[in-house]
Design a protein around this ligand. Structure first.
Ligand code: XUL
Length: 521
């Protein structure tokens, strides 16, 4: 038999999704495709695991700068996902890989050997909780480390030097600044930390029953990896925290097999003992694989909790404005990425503000003209990553007001504002893509895709499966450097740019850029 079943697990911000695909076992000519999706299960943290008290997958905090989630919740979601998959599906699994929300970090005490001998009689959360050095993990929504970003940046020689070295200037959510803040504010907890993991490498470690290396893809979101030499940078580690070097696992290529599945999953869920665990990676690198983007000239628009825009690069080329990132893609090539924190939650905030449901929101988009007659929004409902905005504030311009009579105008303004910002702030990526593939929950929405196509002046396609990250992880679980392409399924909605609408957005860009410059400083 030359095909087998592979499981991808995406530990996302709001939910955990697992997808089982049937795909060719061995690397072919690079044009192989997965046959189909055999199963898909999801666990929504807030509603299915309410005892953790999360809101949108995050622990509530009075300070909007603090973004944290409990690692035990992810473990409980993992157990629940395997239960939902059922023993029939689990018996078929040949390989597993993880996609994780990027940048988040998990801190372990000494005693990680315990991962190898977990008993199937108790849950993962019960058994792993005692080895957590910190009960909460800072996640990508955290923006509390401005001071640490400044300190590391200064020590390494300025934003451009940090970006040339690690692929990005220091960013609040990146793991290095988060580690520095933890070591400064909780020195005792730092002292009892033996290992620092990322979300992807933590869940991979649990699956493999041993501490997993951090792959180059997720490692490049830490301000610690030398993105050209693909090694931890001594200078960046020294600028981050004392004793960091011995707490970091090795790095590895994204297609590395970490080991066989841990006995816990064999006894408890019936996975074959021979099932292999492939290194986990970040959700954005995994999505590249999940939507089948393999060449520079194609880009991905991921419309999830965060909105991200990314594509492959020929060579490492950093953003001179220091807003964007260079990560390592699952194939080992560099990829460019820009991340907007105010993604789906900002769209939902507007929808809810005017008492609409999604069909009502779409109807509002259809009822209003491209360009919104000059009404614009800078949609910073939460602190924003790009441009850097510490205090949430929604700016309404050109006569737009926050009142029920303007509900439809506000719906259009939030979406147009998001894509205008994407266009403005992704200019450094230089190449105008031939094709954009959308993924994430928002990629179901035809009206949203039409606005994206018009603003970005590019055809936007989507796939039937919106979980590009989980699907990408499943394809990566084959352990191939160029994993199979996603299965040919039903296509999702697509949109062609309309010249008359694109011309309106061309004309709007300078006004938007000026508004952003004034508001963000
Ligand atoms: C990317 C980023 C987010 C997270 C969560 O840099 O911070 O996209 O990966 O999805």
């Amino acid at each position: 038999m030359n095909s087998a079943f592979y499981l991808g697990i995406d530990v996302g911000t709001q939910s955990l999704t697992a997808i089982l695909v049937e795909a060719p076992r061995s690397e072919g000519d690079g044009e192989d495709r997965a046959e189909g999706i055999a199963s898909r299960v999801g666990v929504h943290y807030d509603t299915e695991l309410p005892r953790y008290g999360t809101v949108n997958g995050q622990l509530p905090n009075e300070d909007p700068a603090i973004g944290r989630a409990p690692p035990c919740m992810w473990l409980e979601a993992l157990d629940l996902a395997f239960r939902k998959l059922g023993s029939g599906a689990c018996r078929e699994i040949s390989g597993v890989s993880v996609s994780g929300q990027q940048h988040g970090s998990v801190y372990l005490r000494p005693g990680a050997e315990a991962l190898q001998s977990l008993t199937p009689k108790q849950s993962l959360a019960e058994q792993i909780e005692p080895i957590l050095a910190r009960p909460e993990a800072p996640i990508w929504t955290d923006s509390s480390t401005t001071r640490e970003c400044e300190e590391i940046r200064r020590e390494l020689g300025g934003p451009h030097t940090v970006a040339e070295l690690t692929g990005s200037d220091t960013f609040e959510r990146f793991t290095g600044p988060q580690i520095r803040r933890f070591a400064r504010t909780e020195p005792e907890a730092w002292a009892r930390t033996a290992h620092v993991c990322l979300v992807s490498s933590f869940v991979t470690s649990v699956l493999a029953g041993r501490l997993a290396a951090i792959d180059h893809g997720d490692g490049s979101g830490m301000n610690l990896l030398d993105v050209r030499r693909l090694k931890w940078s001594e200078a960046a580690m020294a600028a981050t925290a004392t004793g960091l070097r011995r707490r970091l696992p090795p790095t590895c290529a994204p297609w590395t097999v970490v080991g066989p599945i841990a006995p816990y999953f064999v006894s408890r869920y019936g996975l074959p003992a021979s099932a292999k665990v492939v290194a986990g990676s970040g959700d954005n690198p995994c999505s590249l694989v999940g939507v089948g983007v393999r060449e520079p000239g194609e880009a991905v628009l991921s419309l999830g909790t965060s909105d991200t825009y990314f594509g492959l690069l020929k060579d490492v080329a950093v953003d001179p404005e220091a807003n964007g990132h260079v990560f390592i893609a699952p194939s080992g090539h560099p990829m460019s990425l820009i991340c907007f924190r105010n993604g789906s939650l900002a769209r939902e905030a507007v929808r809810d503000r005017y008492g609409l449901d999604w069909p009502g929101f779409d109807a509002a988009l259809r009822a209003t003209p491209a360009g919104n007659d000059g009404m614009m929004m800078l949609p910073w409902f939460e602190p924003e990553i790009v441009p850097r905005v510490a205090r949430p504030h929604v700016h309404r311009l050109g006569g737009l007001r926050d009142e029920p009579e303007q509900a439809a105008r506000n719906c259009r303004a939030v979406v147009e504002g998001q894509f205008l910002s994407m266009r403005l702030n992704s200019r450094w990526m230089a190449t105008q893509p031939r094709r954009l593939v959308a993924t994430g929950g928002g990629s179901r929405n035809r009206e949203l895709l039409q606005i994206a196509a018009d603003v970005l002046d590019c055809r936007v396609e989507s796939l039937e499966v919106t979980d590009g990250a989980a699907l990408g992880a499943a394809l990566r679980a084959t352990g191939q450097r160029l994993p199979p392409l996603p299965p040919v399924g039903e296509r999702g909605p697509a949109a062609e740019p309309r010249p008359e609408a694109s011309a309106i957005y061309d004309a709007m860009m300078p006004r938007y850029a000026e508004a952003q410059r004034r508001a963000a400083g």
